[in-house]
Structure formats: structure tokens, C-alpha cells
Design a protein around this ligand. Sequence first.
Ligand SMILES: Nc1nc2c(ncn2[C@@H]2O[C@H](COP(=O)(O)OP(=O)(O)OP(=O)(O)O)[C@@H](O)[C@H]2O)c(=O)[nH]1
Ligand SMILES: [Mg+2]
Length: 616
Amino acid sequence: MLTEQTNLRNIAIIAHVDHGKTTLVDGLLKQANVFRKNQQVVERVMDSNDLERERGITILAKNTAITIWDPVTEQDVKINIVDTPGHADFGGEVERVMNMVDGVLLLVDAAEGPMPQTHFVLKEALEMNHRVIVVINKVDRRHADPDRALNQTFDLFIELDASDEQADFPVVYTNAVTGQSGLTPDLGPDLQPLFKAILRHIPPPQVDVDAPLQMLVSTIGYDEHRGVTAVGRIFAGRMQVDLPVARMMTNGKTRLEQVRYLYVHQGLKRVAVEEAQAGEIVVLAGLEDISIGETLADPENPVALPSIHVEEPTVKMTFGVNMSPFTGREGQWGTSRKLRARLFDELRQNIALRVTETDNADTFNVSGRGELHLAILIETMRREGYEFQVSRPEVLLRQGEQGELLEPYEKAYIETRSDTLGAVIEMLGTRRGQMLDMVDTQENNIRLTYLVPMRGLLGFRHHFMTATRGMGVLHTLFYGYLPMAGEIKSRSSGSLVAWEIGVATTFGLKNAQVRGMLFVSPGTHVYEGMVVGEHQRSGDLAVNVCKKKHLTNMRSSIREIDERLTPPRQMSMDEAIEYLADDELLEVTPQSYRIRKRILGTEERGKQAKRIKKTQ
Ligand SMILES: Nc1nc2c(ncn2[C@@H]2O[C@H](COP(=O)(O)OP(=O)(O)OP(=O)(O)O)[C@@H](O)[C@H]2O)c(=O)[nH]1
Ligand SMILES: [Mg+2]
């Protein structure tokens, strides 16, 4: 029999990137007295992994829980909260946690209004029939216009075919930083109005606690003491420590095992429990190789829950064994066996990722939802001690019904100042973008909407930021597969390529820098075929950056020190990936990343180039 767990709520916080989800969780935790008095708490405490803190974005969805007093039912109510990432590349994270919850807080920035990822996450929530509370956040911002943001949000519900009930959503206004909220943009002193809205409008789980056990694994984590953990909601029945469960794995096999460690969330901690029942979100430890999408069921009556559906990847890169002359110098793990094991292991938790073998045992195809999705994996692996080489990202093509080739398209939402508008329009034109809309915003910016083949957007961000002098805003939303657009020219300039192994010298670099923009400084170890800069013309140019000046007397040696080099372009790893041409690879190690030609030998590369020219 279904009963309502009135002392429980499960919610996810969803929004476009940066609209304030993790900051709002800080406020909820603080005001539910999760922290001790005087406890020093870092900002955005849920962004707990190194990469999240460094980049200031949420990458993985994470759980926490608070307990608040409900004056109406006169009981303590536990609220499980899932904080989700807002960047489009991590949309898979949002999809995988949606089935843990019964409702969502949809945050919308009062100044920006709904943005592309608001569209995506709201669509996911509505499809699951979740109750939505709209939270208009950042009402304190200078250009905040809460009414407009609300109207646009309402329009979005209609555009997404929300039912009447869904479109009749409650609204709360907030300033997540100060932890204030209100039912109008005039905020009260705290988040009580938001707490009340959650209690009143998010339905409690409706579950059958006496039915056979069913729990779906939605998150894989790691615990220092217990190793791999699995987080998920119990959909039916009860789970007890030491009782056997049937693990219904994603490969169709079923295994009988025991739950040895069972926890529930409480604040930022996990507390051990003997039993948990349907509706609750639990953490399990001690189950080997567990992966997302597994159902843990009653051994007597095992019924699998529908597995988690996520959208298909659109971008592919190859990950291969590092073949550079410097291989083995800086990394701890580098063999094809290690690389293979690590990549396939990732699939247990990174559910929007795909890994496949290639004809070459040293190379794997890795596909994801965007360049950032793959870049984060590369960065994570490099920090774990892996070294490897990756190729330029390329889009995944599909075949249409008539056998025609289709490619992924994205909607690009762009904001730029009017003085850089021309440059932006031209750049998108050469990338085969079609303008769908152009409006002036209040802040004297122009907002453009384009439909662009994703192929044209790979590597676009750096050029866009340069063209808009760092002031532009670019967001993309996957649109769908459409017939291939025509040719899109990739990088027009070639690379400056080191021509011998050695150490770059001031003198050598000085000579090379007249040919383009350098990426390395004196003292850098280079090898033949390594890219040391961008050529100002098309085609590559081999340069001798290790050349030493013949010293004839003291004066010239002093002069050499005096000769100033233009500082090299320092590229982040994401920028290095964006830079890659088809015939280049990025060598990644725990200490460095180096761009290199696929063919390292200068002479051999020259011959290959001639051969290609002949066949064209
Ligand atoms: N002025 C103002 N700033 C806010 C408010 N809420 C959040 N911010 C700021 O907005 C920025 C982004 O906040 P986050 O909480 O990281 O946003 P997020 O939605 O979790 O971002 P992702 O998880 O990366 O999608 C931070 O600099 C916050 O301090 C608000 O109500 N008012
Ligand atoms: Mg966040």
C-alpha cells in the first residue's frame, strides 16, 4: 500500500550555470543549523573537489540533507537536497539524479532570466513530472528585473508544454549570498519563505514500504574509509544492514550480495543506520564495482527499475599511449593496459561518457557531451598520475533515414557589446551559423541567437573571447542532428615546430618569435616535432629554438641576456585542446602538456604534406 512519508522531502536544485545553486545550498545548510556555532565554513561548501574549487563551477551532482521543523504537521522534516551542475557539458549529471527526487527548485538569475541550460534542466524536470518551485535569485543584482525574469520563465514552461498544474508554479525570490528570501522581490531576513514553500509544495515521497526492495544507484562516490560508495533512492521496501540483496547489474546479470554499510545523509555528513525505508536516499559501501543504473532488489522477488536515460554524446577525442620522446618521464601510469582500465572504469560513474576500442590497441575513442566534459576527465586523470596523448575533438556524425550524413547542431546564445558585434557576426558566418534572433538588452549589449553546426563551435571559445575582449558571453544548447553544413575552415595559421630535441634558448626563441606567437620560454625542454608556437601564416614552420649564439666576447653575451623576449602565450589545458589541428596531438602528463605533431620527424612530415597535396 502506498503511504506518504510526510517527514521527508527529496529535492534537486537546478539552473543554468552560475545562477547560484551551490550558494543557495550554503544558505539552506546554515539556516538549518547544520554547522556548529563559530564553525568556519568555506563558501560553496558543496563544490568540494579540487577542480570544482579551482574552476568555480559545479561538476558533479552531490547530495546533502537538512532537517527543519514543520509547524503545520508539527514534526521534524528531513529534506534531501541534490546540488547539480549548470554547465551544459554536465547535463548528464542532472539527468542521472532526477529520479532521486520528487520536486525541484528551478533557480533563475533575476538579471539574466532563463538561459539555455534553464531550458534543458526544466525540460528534464517536467518530463519526470516533478513539481517545480521557481526561485528568482540574485534580486540584488544591479540590472535585476525579477518581473521580467518571472515572465520569461513562465513563457519557458509554456514553450516546454508544461501541464496547467506544472505551469501554476509557486515563486520565491532570493538573495542566495545573504540567505534572504521573500514571496515578493522585497526580501525578508531569512530563507523561511523558501523552507515553507518546499514543505508546502514539494510532495512527500509516496511509497510502499512493505513491497519488495527496489533501490536505484544514481551516484557513485568515494569514501576514505569504506572505498567506493553508491547513492540512490529506495523506491520500494526496506533496506537492512547484513541482509542479502540482489544486485541487478547493467550487463543483465544478477549477483547476490550483502549490504554491509548503510548510511543516510545528514548535513554534510553521512550517518550509519541499520535500516532505511522507501523514499529515503541512502549511501551504500562495500559493494565491489558497483555502477550507476544498477537496481538493488529483493532476492526473492528481484525486479529492475528502469535504468537511467541520458542523451547521447556528441564529441569524440582519442586517448592514446604517450608516444612522445619524453614518455615515462613525468607520469606514473602510461601503459595501454592501465589507460584502458582507467577509461572503462570511468563509465561506471560518468554515465554520459562512451569509451570504445579502436583498431590500434594503444588508442581509445572517448566520447562525451562537449569539450569541457572531456577536458575535465583529462585533467582528473593527469592528477591521478596518468600520462597519455589526446587528439583534437571532433563531432560525432550520424546517418539520416535516407543514408545522408547528419551532424550535431547547437543553439548558441551570445551577448556582446555593440562595438564587437561585427566581428562576432563575421566569425559565426564563417562557421556556418544562421542568425535566429538579435535583440538589444537593457545593459547596452546585444543578444544574438544562432543555430550553428557544433563543428564550427569546437575551439571557438578562445577566438570569441579574444574578439570580444573578454566581455562576451557565450552559451550553447544542443539542438539536434541536421544535414551536414558545408566545409568549415579550421585554424588558418600553422604551427611553429621545434626541429631538434634540446632546451629552448633565448637566442633560438628570439629568432623564432618573428615568425609568430611563442608558447614556450627559455629553458623549456623540447623535442623534434613539438609545437612551440603559432605561425603567423598558414602551414607549419620548423624552427630551431635550441640554437645557441656563438659567443665572441663578453659584451655580446651580456647583450643576449638583455634581449627581451615577448612573453609566451600561456595556454590553459582547455585552450591547448582548442588549439589542436587534425595532425596534432596533446601530450598530457601530471606535470605538463605539450602540443606535438602526430608525425614528429621534420622530413617525414614534409614528405607527407607533399603526398597529401598531390592527392588533392
Ligand atoms: N549578487 C548575487 N550574487 C550571487 C547570488 N547567488 C549567487 N551569487 C554569486 O554567483 C556566483 C555563482 O554562484 P554558484 O553558487 O557557484 O552558482 P551555481 O549555480 O552553483 O553554478 P554552477 O554549479 O557552476 O552551475 C558566485 O559568485 C556567487 O557568489 C545572489 O543572490 N546575488
Ligand atoms: Mg554549483
